[in-house]
Design a protein around this ligand. Structure first.
Ligand code: NAP
Length: 282
């Protein structure tokens, strides 16, 4: 698995990680989802993304089950505080609950899930407190547009803002206009969430034909082409969710796929950049 510098943090993180939103919460499908995460970690997808929101904490518990047995220092565990909990005291309490549910001692990355009702300065002050006590290694944001991202940077004192996790896939390319270049200049990693548009990225026949042609050319799959297109930016990371071990294996191998200029131009033609507009979110 390729690892890349994660913004200005000074550490490297796997280019492809694993999401946990909507993973099955119990029964054989939950066991399969745990096996998929474990297979992904074995193949180097050690950036593990979760949030207190997912399954109201259940995804964090399942992630905790999945990572037992792996050396803690090999993992990069990320979680997020809900905006409704993001007061100073609420953020600190939420981080402690997440650490407890995952059973991971500390979080590598803690993010504000989206901009909300509590003043950003207060949430960032809580992140600073968590950084100084070692409960989190890095702080980030999610669903922040360029202006909001700059503001978060200005409020955080203990470490540079590590990342902004945003919606980015073939059908949602608006971040390429301003957010991606600004983040690269500021040393903030961009983490692409929902990189497969939740399985619905091949919306037209032309799109299917183009992606299939590129996949055949590289002996790759549609999903690998979709990931490789996002990862062509050196500052972009992706966190596909797979509750199936074969899917996890396929996603991990996408890190080896490099698209050439013709491939990128062909994708551009069927998934054109939209006009600049507000940041798209789910
Ligand atoms: P996604 O990763 O775009 O798509 C997941 C779907 O793709 C699942 O149905 C999965 O099936 C399927 N899939 C995965 N790998 C595949 C493969 N190789 N071949 C065929 N199908 C494959 O959707 P997502 O879960 O919305 O996004 C990923 C992660 O981003 C989330 O889990 C979450 O951690 C994060 N996220 C963050 C935010 C935010 O606001 N910050 C919002 C949304 C998501 P199986 O499950 O059956 O394998």
């Amino acid at each position: 698995m390729i690892r890349k510098p994660f913004g200005a943090t000074g550490i490297e993180v796997s280019a492809i990680g694993q999401g946990t939103w909507d993973i099955p919460e119990s029964g054989p499908r939950a066991r399969e989802a745990i096996r998929a995460i474990q297979r992904g970690v074995e193949l180097g997808m050690t950036h593990l993304d979760t949030a207190e929101m997912y399954g109201s904490g259940r995804a964090e518990e399942l992630l905790g089950e999945a990572i037992r047995g792996f050396p803690r220092e090999k993992l990069f565990i990320a979680s997020k505080v809900l905006p409704s909990n993001a007061s100073y005291a609420g953020t600190i309490a939420a981080a402690r609950r997440s650490i407890e549910r995952i059973g991971c001692e500390y979080l590598d990355l803690y993010m504000l899930h989206w901009p909300g009702e509590h003043p950003l300065e207060e949430t960032m002050r809580a992140f600073d407190g968590l950084l100084s006590e070692g409960a989190i290694r890095f702080a980030g944001v999610s669903n922040f547009d360029t202006g909001e991202m700059r503001q978060a940077t200005s409020f955080l004192r203990g470490a540079p803002l590590a990342c902004n996790q945003v919606l980015y896939n073939l059908c949602e390319r608006g971040v390429e206009h301003e957010l991606l270049p600004s983040a690269a200049r500021l040393g903030i990693a961009i983490v692409a969430y929902t990189p497969f548009a939740r399985g619905k990225f091949l919306r037209s026949r032309a799109a299917r034909e183009t992606i299939d042609r590129i996949a055949r050319k590289h002996a790759a799959t549609r999903h690998q082409v979709a990931l490789a297109f996002l990862l062509r930016h050196s500052n972009v990371f992706a966190i596909p969710k797979a509750a199936n071990a074969e899917h996890a294996e396929e996603n991990a191998r996408a890190a080896d796929l490099l698209l050439d200029g013709d491939d990128v131009a062909a994708v551009d033609a069927v998934f054109p950049l939209p006009a600049p507009g507000p940041l798209a979110t789910l």
